[in-house]
Design a protein around this ligand. Structure first.
Ligand code: GDG
Length: 750
């Protein structure tokens, strides 16, 4: 509308100016035409009255009688409504006869004046008058001149009418031209906008609403695309850094940006497991960073969490739709449990996911095992979960958060059934390089499955890059690293880095005794003297975590610096994990054996250099250990992120303690003030261990403070919030494009 006004106002002004100039011209012209008409008319009258008038003038009669007769003659002529007055000048130029209406200005011309071709226009208080002198001739001799005065007011009336018509004419022209201009301007503007929009949205072949190609828009669109991209990233970065991330900010995003849209989470592990012990149903919470990260999202949006019902009392606690409301103390969202047979669990979870994909993605030199039967189970289970997602979806555009390598095929399966869904898949483990990934017999199917996602997340840019390289190598896809987008089969997937973190402050930190007390408590429980220096490792018992290398480092330190024997112990908390897999059983045996050998070599009496606790610990207990330790050693051979490193930092509100961190963890890219080590280099690690044990308190404080700031700022709410923000932005863009497309269709069909 504003654009149209920009056309219309100058147009109206121009037409007004033209009318202003044209009206006097037309006025002048019509006046001239009328004067000429009057001249002709005057001549006609003169010719008509010539003979009777000459007769009157030459009649032998008394002057008085002649005067009366001329007077009567004049009055007869004056019957004509346009004639105003008449007069007669004799040959000497004297006015001898006149009607009373003859104005004083209509004087006689001198006798020797040349004959008048046209009449004169006189202005007096009555208005304009046309006066002409017409010779009256008898046998070649001029008797005098007849003055004929015409009333010109009819001309003025007509001129006023003409002006009015001209004004109306121009106003009508202005209206028509303005209307045409507005319509054309709107149409071409819409066409331009539609074309630019089409190009911005990535449709290479931009078309105007009439279907015409608009290649001339390509350069503008490219610039606009870049600008929009820059502005979006800038806005995201600015907004993100200005928020203090917590459960409330997630609630705000869900309420304001996602407008309360439905959120569904899919993960293998459920956040609450019902187990039967001695005929009593107990609730257990798995040790998982994933649950900590996603539960606030679920609480905030009252969504549905779809997971494998693996607890022994899970079936007894669901309703008729396999739903159970959680958390038990204050129900806020529901779990939809999916049932698997033992064979399915064996094939999908233990087999393909944990014996295939897990070692495939971790470069920890454990050979992956791929069995066709496991793959079939994996496909079946992914399909079943996808069906449950469809079953749970209340709308055609839910937000589906798919967790981890157990569901690589699910994004594509859900996309096929719910095309409008926003699917965010997060891969919690590393993504290997194309050579390593290439040995997977079903590599294309796994990649295509993941590319059903709207957004695919990894912890680090390195893993994103590996994914780009892998897709580039094995699929027919367009990989655009500039915009972090992969286009495959007509759909686009954004591949982004979302480094996971922990809640801040961690719930398990609440009600913890002061650090001094934790130190005493833990040492007492372990049977160590109060002065013992304690190192700590906390992991699932997994061969990727570098537990053997960690123990070898302790051994090397004691070899190199015997003064630590009796004064330094390393506590390893190891939660049993995937114990039914041979590789894990073998690994546990190796861990136990190595701890035993080192303890035999350096232990004495109650002193044990390695204190191995292979059992599940309560989360609060894990935090008490973090607070009691002098150092924490994370020696993963390969790890997506590693939350233990961040938990140790979060637990140390006394700003003491040293973190040794493997360079092969995602966490090492963020916690750069840790002592970063290569866990394969036992000498280097032993030196770092010694450095940690002797690090001055000031240095510990400086390093710890900086790491704590980082973990506080980049907490798990920010991790989830960034993904939800990106989902909201994507949904907003899709809605705009859908509207633009609908408008274009509408325009084409009209
Ligand atoms: C995957 C990726 C990524 C351990 N033992 C006990 C216990 N834990 C808790 C820790 C920590 C969690 O388990 C382990 O988290 P990690 O991140 O270290 O490792 P993964 O389990 O391999 O997780 C990893 C993560 O996903 C998140 O994306 O960081 O890279 O491999 O929270 O405290 N908790 C309790 N008892 C134990 O005995 N309660």
């Amino acid at each position: 509308m504003r654009i149209s006004l920009r056309f219309v106002i100058p147009l109206a002004v121009t037409l007004g100016a033209i009318a202003y100039m044209v009206v006097p011209l037309v006025d002048n012209l019509t006046l001239k035409w009328f004067v000429r008409d009057l001249d002709i008319r005057t001549k006609l009258i003169t010719t008509a009255v010539q003979d009777p008038f000459v007769e009157l003038l030459t009649e032998r009669t008394r002057d008085k009688v002649r005067l009366q007769r001329v007077q009567a003659f004049f009055n007869r002529i004056l019957q004509d409504e346009r004639l105003f007055a008449l007069g007669f000048c004799d040959a000497a130029g004297t006015l001898v006869y006149k009607t009373p209406t003859l104005p004083a200005e209509s004087t006689c011309r001198p006798p020797d004046a040349p004959p008048e071709e046209t009449g004169r226009v006189l202005e007096n208080q009555r208005g304009s008058l046309h006066v002409s002198s017409n010779p009256i001739v008898l046998e070649g001799k001029q008797l005098g001149e007849l003055l004929i005065v015409h009333d010109m007011s009819f001309i003025e009336r007509r001129s006023a009418d003409t002006k009015k018509y001209i004004f109306y004419l121009f106003a009508a022209i202005a209206a028509v031209v303005a209307l045409l201009t507005v319509v054309i301007a709107e149409l071409s503007w819409r066409g331009l906008i539609a074309g630019v929009k089409a190009l911005i949205s990535g449709e290479r072949d931009a078309r105007a609403p009439d279907g015409k190609r608009m290649p001339e828009l390509l350069p503008i669109a490219r610039d606009l695309q870049a600008l929009v991209h820059d502005l979006e990233s800038e806005r995201r970065a600015r907004d993100e850094s200005q928020i203090t991330w917590g459960p409330d900010s997630l609630r705000t995003i869900l309420r304001e940006d996602l407008k309360g849209d439905q959120v569904l989470i899919v993960s293998n592990r459920e956040p609450y497991i019902h187990v039967r012990r001695d005929n009593v149903i107990e609730i257990s919470r798995p040790a998982s960073g994933l649950v900590t990260a996603l539960e606030p999202v679920m609480r905030a949006c009252s969504g549905t969490w779809i997971a494998h019902g693996s607890g022994s009392a899970d079936r007894d606690t669901v309703d008729g739709n396999d739903h159970v409301m959680v958390p038990p103390e204050r129900p806020a969202y529901r779990i939809r449990r999916v049932w698997l047979t033992q064979d399915e669990e064996q094939g999908y979870y233990y087999g393909f996911a944990n014996e295939g994909l897990w070692p495939l993605c971790h470069i920890a030199h454990t050979r992956p095992t791929f069995r066709t039967q496991d793959w079939e189970h994996y496909r079946t289970v992914n399909r079943r979960f996808a069906d449950v997602v469809v079953d749970e979806a209340r709308t055609g555009n839910p937000i589906v958060l798919v967790q981890d390598y157990h569901f690589a095929l699910l994004p594509r399966l859900v996309r096929e059934k719910i095309p409008g869904a926003t699917i965010i898949a997060f891969w919690h483990i590393p993504w290997p390089n194309p050579e390593a990934f290439g040995i997977l017999p079903w590599r294309e199917a796994v990649l295509e499955g993941l590319l059903g996602s709207s957004i695919l997340g990894f912890h680090t840019q390195f893993h994103c890059n590996n994914f780009f390289d892998t897709v580039d190598r094995f699929l027919e896809a367009r990989v655009d690293r500039e915009t972090s987008t992969i286009s495959h089969g007509g759909e686009a997937t954004e591949v982004r880095r979302y480094p996971i973190s922990i809640e801040w402050p961690p719930a398990a930190l609440a009600d913890q005794p002061p650090v001094v007390e934790c130190r005493q408590q833990v040492r007492k429980r372990l049977g160590a003297s109060p002065e013992t220096h304690l190192g700590l490792g906390v992991d699932r018992l997994d061969y990727t975590k570098g537990i053997l290398e960690r123990f070898l480092t302790v051994e090397r330190l004691l070899e190199l610096e015997p003064r630590w024997v009796g004064k330094f112990s390393f506590v390893q908390i190891a939660a049993p994990s995937r114990s039914s897999i041979d590789e894990y059983q073998g690994f546990e045996a190796k861990v136990r054996e190595l701890a035993k050998r080192i303890n035999q070599r350096f232990g004495s009496g109650s002193y044990q250099p390695i204190i191995l606790k292979i059992e599940h610990h309560d989360a609060r207990d894990v935090y008490t250990h973090y607070r009691a330790a002098d150092l924490c050693y994370v020696s993963s051979l390969h790890d997506g992120m590693n939350l233990v490193a961040k938990e140790f930092v979060a637990a140390r509100d006394d700003e003491r303690g040293v973190l040794l961190l493997s360079q092969f963890t995602g966490a090492a890219r963020e916690l750069t003030e840790a002592l970063i080590v290569n866990p394969y280099d036992i000498e280097q690690c032993a030196a770092a261990l010694r450095l940690a044990l002797t690090m001055p308190p000031e240095e510990q404080r400086a390093r710890m403070r900086s790491m704590r700031n980082l973990v506080q700022e980049f907490n798990v709410y920010r991790w989830a919030g960034r993904m939800l923000n990106d989902a909201a932005r994507m949904r907003h863009r899709h809605r705009l494009l859908a509207r633009a497309r609908a408008a274009r269709l509408h325009a084409v069909n009209r």
